[in-house]
Design a binder for this molecule. Structure first.
Ligand code: SF4
Length: 305
């Protein structure tokens, strides 16, 4: 059903490899310039000490241990035959080049790992890293995932993001010059943004040279600045009905060639403060599909002549 409504990532990978390909989340034990004091100590207002990570590095698991362990589980659960190492936690291009190269090569040395997908900040990617990733691109699938979050500088300042929209545009341009595909992350429900602000972010992405988009819900995680805002009434979460309709309308503004890697987030239950409906991922997905089907919506519909 979903492949009719929007272009999904699993189908794209199946077309490339002819089998189920599963992403494996890797925590490489890196940090982030927006947390270690280079830019700020607090980080983005919604980020906690795990930096969206699995915490595996804190448990002293090497990159290869993490991949080996997940591979056997995912092969059984999804009958996956090939895998992508997804460097997700914190900023995965924030270390000396030789350190990064060692981590990426450790991942690629594991059998059936067919590529890398590297999550990072757009203001933190050296040309040397991009050149290396370009060079291995003829042997492996390589994606860069950049956190844009919002196309509004005033929002990025409000959430203490530590970079502007221009940093995203510049780095996308440097990445695409090397023919590396880019996935942009956006967050819906950021403080101070209404529906039209979020839809403007979709329009911005439609005109950017990005090959995929991940849409996340802003949820409140324990131990963050956002938790304080939420508890004091300064921040209110989106309702599920609003989220569903904004995602549906957002997708109509994205050209059909863009792969939609995610349409909602995946909070750790033990860390989530609000909204509780964020834990019901399948139900939210179903409601997004129902919303779109009931209105005859599909990805790119609003762009049709
Ligand atoms: S850029 Fe990512 S890791 Fe760094 S503070 Fe923001 S959310 Fe956390």
């Amino acid at each position: 059903m979903s492949d009719v409504l929007y272009r999904d990532f699993n189908s794209y990978l199946r077309q490339l490899y002819g089998c189920r390909v599963q992403k494996i989340t890797v925590d490489a034990g890196l940090t982030c310039p927006n947390r270690d004091g280079s830019l700020s100590y607090g980080g983005c207002i919604y980020c906690n000490a795990r930096g969206s990570g699995t915490g595996a590095a804190l448990r002293s698991m090497s990159v290869s241990d993490q991949l080996d362990e997940a591979k056997s589980y995912l092969a059984k659960r999804y009958k996956a035959k090939k895998f992508l190492a997804y460097f997700q936690s914190f900023t995965n291009t924030y270390a000396p080049f030789q350190v990064l190269k060692g981590l990426y090569e450790e991942a690629l040395s594991i059998p059936d790992i067919v590529g890398l997908t590297i999550g990072t900040r757009p203001d933190c990617v050296a040309d040397e890293v991009l050149d290396y990733l370009h060079d291995i691109g003829d042997r492996y699938l390589v994606w860069l995932e950049y956190g844009l979050q919002s196309a509004h500088d005033r929002t990025l300042a409000r959430i203490n993001r530590g970079h502007k929209v221009e940093a995203f545009s510049n780095t996308v341009e440097r990445t695409r010059r090397r023919n590396i595909p880019v996935c942009a992350h956006v967050i819906l429900g950021l403080p101070g943004e209404g529906r039209e602000d979020m839809l403007q972010t979709a329009r911005f992405l439609a005109s950017a040279d990005v090959q995929a988009v991940k849409i996340h819900l802003l949820y409140v995680v324990r131990g963050t600045e956002l938790e304080k805002w939420y508890r004091s009434g300064k921040y209110e979460c989106l309702s599920r009905a609003d989220y569903v309709s904004i995602v549906g309308d957002f997708l109509t503004l994205l050209p059909p060639h863009i792969i939609i890697q995610r349409v909602t987030g995946d909070p750790h239950p033990e860390e989530l403060i609000a909204p509780h409906w964020a834990l019901e991922k399948q139900k939210t997905l179903q409601k997004i599909h129902q919303y779109m089907q009931a209105r005859g919506l599909f990805q790119g519909k609003a762009l049709a002549p």
